[in-house]
Ligand binder design. Structure first.
Ligand SMILES: O[C@@H]1[C@@H](O)[C@H](O[C@@H]2CO[C@@H](O[C@@H]3CO[C@@H](O[C@@H]4CO[C@@H](O)[C@H](O)[C@H]4O)[C@H](O)[C@H]3O)[C@H](O)[C@H]2O)OC[C@H]1O
Length: 417
């Protein structure tokens, strides 16, 4: 064996060489962690998991320290008919994350889309739909208890102007469906971090303000919300890529409310076939997003919405567009894009670490779980603050002003916003 400089020095000192700690392989995740983030990850889906080359890439924890199921934890998969729960596909992805030692972001509990028609068209009244909502969340979050680093509790509740999107939950329950959902998720798994998730909230504007109002709403109800997920389905050279400071200014508006932020579904699409100029711009855009997250301590991690164009959702939804991810359709890295992302993460000069590095189990929550605001008004009583008079069983006037008196009501949350 040829002695190294280190062994020669140790021998001169009369010491023996001890095994050197292996260095983590270099990749997007290891660089994100070195920059103080919890993870860099990718979405995936069950159909893709028969592709062994794809799975090998996804399981490379140097690049991916976290995975998100693209579809298999959504309502239409989990509870396709009332009271029938199907966890087979979700479990496959949860088990893959555990096997690989990757965090799991769980997506999503309440979304107007991919919602079975028995919910959408069921014609349920307020009390029944609240019961259905809580039962779905309680069952699913309990099933995955201890496995989800984050839950996207509510997905896409807003219109572009920041007003509430009409959907069966909003139309029947009112905005209170959002805090009800967060309270149910917190009760079922107190250690999971609970997120509101949406698109087009990556830049300041009416929709971003609307998402900030959702954070305030959930907190006003006494329920727990830990973070806001910025989906970031972006377009090359367009919104979301203007500047690092645009990202940080907007993210800081959320963190000022006491919540984390995460980039949850990043892809940056272009017209296909992609031109060389588009790829050059795309590389810059990915770098801008990373630099924005890197500059904000409470931006805890970043997820791309699958890692390869081979399995991207974009071409099926946005006709004529695609080429949105850092790996091409042949599972090869796009060198310019990948290298720009690596450079943007840098080699360890990031913001203050917010959590432990990659592990197979989620880091425990450090956020205090506030008890849901319960009504003291089963048969009369004073409303301690607005919003607590009403809810399930409430048939009296919807008075939501502190100091008013409830004469009926047997559950928390009202429609009084
Ligand atoms: O297999 C796919 C799944 O991958 C897919 O997952 C969802 C994809 O993204 C999220 O929902 C979409 C977010 O983007 C919206 O379009 C935006 C319109 O404004 C544009 O400016 C912006 O760039 C666009 O992103 C879509 O309308 C949303 O559906 C959702 O959170 C994921 O679950 O779901 C469908 C499956 O077939």
């Amino acid at each position: 064996m040829i002695p190294t400089a280190i062994t020669l020095v140790l021998a001169a000192l009369g010491a023996t060489a001890s095994p050197v700690e292996p260095r983590a392989a270099d990749g997007l995740n290891t660089r994100a962690v070195a920059a103080g983030k919890q993870y860099f990850g990718s979405a995936t889906d069950n159909g893709e998991l028969t592709d062994s080359a794809y799975v090998a890439g996804l399981s490379n924890t140097a690049d991916f320290g976290q995975i998100t199921p693209g579809n298999s934890m959504k309502w239409d998969t989990i509870e396709p008919s009332r009271g029938t729960f199907n966890y087979a596909n979700g479990d496959v992805i949860a088990n893959l994350a555990a096997k690989n030692g990757q965090y799991l972001r769980c997506h999503t509990l309440v979304w107007y889309n991919q919602l079975p028609s028995w919910v959408t068209n069921g014609g349920f009244d307020n009390a029944t739909l609240i019961s259905i909502l809580k039962n779905h969340i309680t069952n699913e979050v309990t099933h995955y208890k201890g496995k989800c680093l984050h839950w996207d509790v509510v997905n896409e509740a807003l219109n572009e102007d920041g007003t509430y999107r009409t959907n069966v939950f909003y139309n029947t329950i009112g905005p209170a469906y959002i805090p009800i959902a967060f309270a149910a998720a917190a009760a079922a798994d107190p250690s999971a971090k609970l997120y509101y998730n949406d698109y087009n909230i990556e830049a300041a504007g009416a929709k971003s303000t609307g998402a900030q109002n959702i954070v305030k709403l959930v907190k006003a109800y006494g329920a727990k919300i830990d973070g806001v997920g910025m989906q970031a389905h972006l377009i090359v050279g367009s919104t979301g890529s203007e500047s690092v400071s645009a990202w940080t200014t907007n993210m800081n508006a959320f963190t000022a409310l006491g919540v984390d932020v995460a980039i949850t579904e990043l892809d940056i699409r272009t017209n296909t076939p992609a031109t060389a100029a588009a790829v050059t711009q795309q590389a810059k855009d990915y770098a801008t997003v990373i630099q924005g997250c890197k500059a904000v301590a409470r931006c805890v991690g970043m997820t791309i919405w699958d890692y390869t164009d081979k399995y991207s959702w974009i071409p099926s939804v946005f006709s004529g567009q695609g080429a949105a991810l850092p790996w091409d359709e042949n599972l090869n890295k796009k060198a310019a894009v990948y290298d720009a992302m690596m450079s943007a993460w840098g080699t360890g000069t990031g913001t203050t670490p917010t959590a432990t590095p990659t592990a197979s189990v989620p880091a425990s929550s450090t956020t205090t779980t506030a008890a849901p605001a319960t009504s003291s008004a089963a048969s009369g009583g004073t409303v301690p603050k607005w919003g607590q008079c009403g809810g399930i069983g409430w048939t009296g006037p919807t008075q939501c002003v502190a100091g008013t008196t409830c004469t009926k009501g047997n559950d928390y949350y009202s429609q009084c916003l």
